[in-house]
Design a protein around this ligand. Structure first.
Ligand code: BES
Ligand code: ZN
Ligand code: ZN
Length: 474
């Protein structure tokens, strides 16, 4: 499906009803149809005769950024079922143009790869018009939205791919192909490398699986104008292609959806793809910790004591708190890159979902200004988030009697935060103010459609981080 800024009329015209207000200049018949259908601006209404679709848009009050995106996503779902090839609509501002494009492009994805009957649609072209936004600006917005939305959809597809296919090797190869196609570098490191790096925590998690672990290092290094040094950001993604819980096995009901425990790593692939395609002047690194948390005769055990890459010892009390072990070594590795920003993305804790609900990302870290800056970027990008505050009392909860740290806190309360603070122990001290932890356990995978997101993977984090990076170079 293409969005074009051509001044062409589509087979159907979308009329946006801002604040759900019905336009005044309707024909008598149109008014009559709306009256019969009891339509008062809620949802969509298709007027066959005049070839119009009315799309009601909720008033866009703070703190909800998504009224227009959500309205378009639901309208496009309905329109795709009609047998039409083209569509046109008017926008009033640059902001509206961006939101409309994202609503359409994100709202039209569905995971049907394994269905015999595909969600086919005839809709090929959408003409975006505006009397208020310059043509060149409109084109630039369409291009940027398309790049970012395509990355989000690609990430969704990868996360949705079942774990029998999407093993650590598969995700690593996927990253490599994406890198090749979009013009950035990709290095894939195997178990031997992890051993040489003394990544004892990462290796332990991966031990019982027949699918071997990989650490992937993606890098996008554009040339600065006249050799100037560009700001550098390192992103770290939790890539558990399956989290059975290990010996601390998850109960059946909690194990389903754990193919999505690779969402952080997949998001990092998508972010690099977008950044490279947009040609953003910033050096961006992606570190993916890819492994499977399984059971077996050689599985790591509760009571084991692991030595992480930064030499800290970790008492294992629950093998299901595995993400933080993989990330511990990846954060230490990423610290060596000496970035100006260090951000990890992880489906880290169920507790974050309890705290914020299914739809919001938990933002954590030691730098208040940075957390607020990120939260603003997320809002601009149309993703929901909430800042969860660290404190020294929660930090104490993972003290261990037998090692430097324990991999689970001694109290369940606040365990999204304590897990975040555990990660902070593996960020090099000089970088601690430059680090953010994003817990995407809630929004990464939801078993119902919401807003611009279909059932399943949402691609959470991609839009927010790309926006954060864009804001750095503005
Ligand atoms: N991958 C899970 C967290 C998760 C839960 C992601 C729900 C998405 C949805 C993580 O590895 C995990 O199992 N965490 C445990 C930690 C506990 C053992 C301290 C949890 O949250 O229950
Ligand atoms: Zn787990
Ligand atoms: Zn996990």
């Amino acid at each position: 499906m293409k969005i074009l800024s051509k001044l062409k009329q589509g087979e159907l015209e979308i009329i946006l009803l801002r604040d759900k207000k019905i336009p005044k200049n309707l024909s008598k018949t149109e008014k009559e149809i709306l009256r019969i259908r009891h339509y008062e601006g809620e949802g969509c209404c298709f007027l066959e005769e005049s070839r119009k679709v009315f799309v009601g848009v909720e008033s866009c009050d703070y703190p909800f950024p998504n009224a227009l995106r959500d309205a378009l996503a639901s309208a496009i779902g309905m329109i795709q079922k009609l047998n039409i090839k083209s569509l046109s609509l008017q926008v009033e501002s640059q902001k509206e143009a961006k939101e409309v494009c994202e609503g359409i492009l994100l709202g039209s994805y569905g995971f049907d790869t394994f269905k015999s009957k595909k969600n086919k649609s005839e809709l090929k072209e959408i003409y975006l018009h505006s009397t208020k936004v310059e043509q060149t600006k409109l084109e630039a917005i369409i291009k940027e939205s398309k790049i970012i939305s395509d990355s989000v959809n690609k990430v969704r597809e990868l996360i949705n791919t079942p774990p029998m296919i999407a093993t650590p090797k598969y995700v690593a190869d996927f990253a490599q192909k994406t890198a090749k196609d979009s013009g950035f570098e990709c290095k894939i490191y195997d178990e031997k490398f992890l051993e040489n790096e003394k990544m004892g925590a990462f290796l332990a998690v991966a031990k019982a699986s027949v699918n071997k672990p990989y650490l992937v290092h993606l890098s996008y290094k554009p040339k600065g104008a006249k050799g100037e040094k560009l700001p550098k950001i390192a992103l770290v993604g939790k890539g558990l292609t399956y989290d059975s819980g290990g010996l601390s096995l998850k109960p059946g009901d909690y194990m389903t959806t754990m193919k999505a425990d690779k969402s952080g790593a997949c998001a990092v692939i998508g972010i690099l793809e977008s950044v490279a395609k947009l040609g953003i002047p910033m050096e961006v690194h992606g570190i993916l910790g890819l492994a499977e948390n399984m059971i077996g005769g050689n599985a790591y055990k509760p009571d084991d004591i692991l030595i992480a890459r930064n030499q800290k010892s970790i008492e294992v009390r629950n093998t299901d708190a595995e993400g933080r072990l993989v990330l511990a070594d990846c954060l230490s590795f990423a610290s060596d890159l000496k970035p100006d920003f260090l951000i990890d993305l992880a489906t880290l804790t169920g507790a974050c979902v309890v705290a914020l609900g299914d739809y919001s990302t938990g933002i954590m870290g030691y730098n208040q200004k940075l957390k607020e800056e990120f939260s603003k970027a997320a809002f601009e990008a149309g993703e929901l988030s909430g800042i969860l505050p660290f404190n020294p009392y929660l930090r104490k909860l993972f003290n261990s009697e037998v090692a430097d740290l324990c991999n689970i806190p001694s109290s369940r309360y606040g365990s999204a935060i304590s897990a975040g603070m555990f990660l902070g122990e593996f960020v090099e001290k000089s970088l601690i103010q430059k680090w953010l932890h994003l817990d995407i356990a809630g929004p990464a995978y939801v078993e119902k459609a919401w807003g611009v997101n279909p059932f399943g993977a949402s691609g959470a984090g991609v839009r927010s981080v790309v926006q954060f990076i864009l804001n750095q170079v503005k």
